[in-house]
Design a protein around this ligand. Structure first.
Ligand SMILES: [Zn+2]
Length: 127
């Protein structure tokens, strides 16, 4: 494995870890979703030191989570790692990144959500 592959693997693992945390947060936010329109999430960037809070609605979070290669990060360039990902959406409260190459494959492999037999598979194949 080349060094860059290792870095990619590390980045994907870190992000996947925070994604798992956010999956739990999601359960909590879901429970309060009726009362609180915006949920409190943790930045899913590849920096393992980062635990910035980001605000997304339940719907916004779900839209990102529908794609295994996509992650929600804080709205600033420090949370973007251009060697392994592309920014595909910039919102006022958060940005959305999509993993490329190996990092994307790993992120898909450890996706906490089951790949559904319909829609999701289609978007993965087109990458
Ligand atoms: Zn971050």
């Amino acid at each position: 494995m080349a060094d860059s592959d290792l870095d990619e693997a590390r980045g994907a693992r870190t992000q996947s870890l925070f994604r798992d945390v956010n999956e739990r947060v999601e359960e909590i936010n879901h429970a309060f979703g009726e009362v609180i329109p915006l949920g409190d999430w943790i930045c899913e960037c590849a920096n393992s030191e980062c635990a910035d809070r980001i605000m997304l609605t339940h719907k916004e979070y779900e839209a990102i989570r529908a794609h295994p290669r996509r992650f929600a990060v804080a709205a600033s360039p420090e949370h973007i790692f251009e060697e392994i990902e592309d920014v595909i959406g910039r919102h006022e409260r958060y940005w959305v990144v999509e993993k490329r190459g190996l990092a994307g494959e790993l992120a898909t492999k450890v996706n906490p959500r089951r790949v559904r037999s319909d829609g999701d598979r289609e978007s993965a194949a087109s990458l």
